[in-house]
Design a protein around this ligand. Structure first.
Ligand code: PEP
Ligand code: MN
Length: 369
């Protein structure tokens, strides 16, 4: 494939607006971009708005924009990925949620926890109660499971999504769940707070584009043999369709090492942070495949500067329908939270504290916004 080559030939421009440019100015520049048959992506930053120009129509004359009073400068983006690049936006993207004070990419290390798959209402509720009390803000659980064997548990489908919606109502947790195709993505977009795209679909470009047209943030997991550039280009697919709320997730890559299920590449965290403004979280559960390695690697992930963790926790791992070997017992998750909280504090970050009544926190947070 010569994907990289094609991208280098594509459009590489970024229009940086002056700090005092108005909304009308931004819109006028966007209209000008669109009149050239291209797409404008206005991304507000702390100091100024940048407008990324994408399309595959060839070069644009920088002078077209430089001449405008409201424009500070026009930059050629040197990387094949443009909208995900730190050249577009200096500060890390913070993803926020309505009716919640939880976020991903801010000072708080986001913790997403729950079972691999939603197996029943009882199982999901038992997991949710414990992870919410321990301080997790987000609940994970697949309703659509991409399994190696067609005979393995495939997930409860829409019923699983309904159970997840009940979990949100009952425990005040934001819901993260995987979509595996266009049909499930439309449903996940309705029910969940974050749409997960799994490692096996990281280069399913049609699904990525569909996620780019969805209304919810996307959690994009790294493909099991994806390079950093391929990973960022997958995020670029989502952003190029207009969804700018993308969270990257390192979940281990395949190497010759066989003492763990995958090799968790923690070095990708600072590498991503250097190149991209998107938040990056770590999945030590799939990254190691072994329960006794999840806590050590969670500590390391927070220490290396990850913006969050996604951890499998099951009320009864020994009888889990998927990934029991890597699922923590709820008591182990309690200890993990205590430890990562201390590590986060050393770095000037926070992990939400344990709560007796998670719903009270949710409403307090919403009222404070
Ligand atoms: C999961 O999070 O349940 C999952 C299937 O992860 P991955 O896509 O990283 O294998
Ligand atoms: Mn799993």
């Amino acid at each position: 494939m010569n994907g990289t080559l094609a991208c280098h030939k594509g459009l590489v421009m970024l229009v940086v607006m002056k700090a005092n440019a108005s909304q009308d100015d931004v819109q006028a520049v966007c209209r000008k971009v669109e009149s050239l048959g291209l797409r404008a992506h206005a991304i507000p930053g702390a100091q100024r708005t940048a407008i990324g120009i994408t399309g595959n129509q060839g070069e644009v004359e920088p002078g077209t924009f430089e001449a405008l009073d409201c424009v500070q400068e026009v930059i050629r983006v040197s990387k094949p990925y443009k909208l995900v690049s730190r050249e577009l936006k200096e500060e890390t993207t913070v993803i926020r949620f309505a009716d919640s004070d939880a976020s991903i990419g801010g000072n708080e290390v986001a913790v997403i926890a729950g079972p691999c798959g939603v197996e029943s209402r009882e199982q999901a509720f038992a997991a949710a109660e414990r992870v919410a009390k321990a301080g997790a803000r987000f609940f994970r659980g697949g309703a659509y499971k991409p399994r190696t064997s067609p005979y393995a548990f495939q997930g409860l489908g829409e019923l699983g999504l309904q159970i997840l919606a009940e979990v949100r109502e009952r425990f005040g947790l934001l819901i993260v769940t995987e979509a595996v195709d266009h049909e499930s993505l439309a449903l996940v977009d309705q029910y969940a707070d974050v749409i997960q795209i799994g490692a096996r679909n990281m280069q399913n470009f049609s699904l990525l584009k569909r996620a780019g047209r969805a209304h919810k943030p996307v959690l994009l997991k790294r493909g099991m043999s994806a390079t950093l550039e391929e990973f960022l280009m997958a995020a670029e697919y989502i952003m190029s369709e207009g969804n700018y709320n993308v969270v990257l997730c390192e979940r281990g890559v395949r190497t010759f090492a066989d003492h763990t299920r995958n090799t968790l590449d923690l070095s990708v965290v600072p590498a991503v942070q250097r190149l991209s403004h998107l938040p990056i979280i770590v999945d030590p559960s799939h990254g190691t495949g072994k329960r006794n390695k999840v806590t050590p690697l969670s500590r390391a992930a927070v220490a290396v500067g990850a913006d969050g963790l996604i951890i499998e926790v099951h009320p009864d791992p020994d009888n889990a329908l998927s990934d029991g070997n890597q699922s923590l017992y709820p008591d182990q998750f309690d200890s993990l939270m205590v430890e990562v909280r201390q590590i986060a504090n050393v770095l000037g970050r926070v992990v939400a504290g344990p709560v007796a009544n998670p719903m009270a926190r949710r409403h307090a947070g919403a009222a404070a916004d």
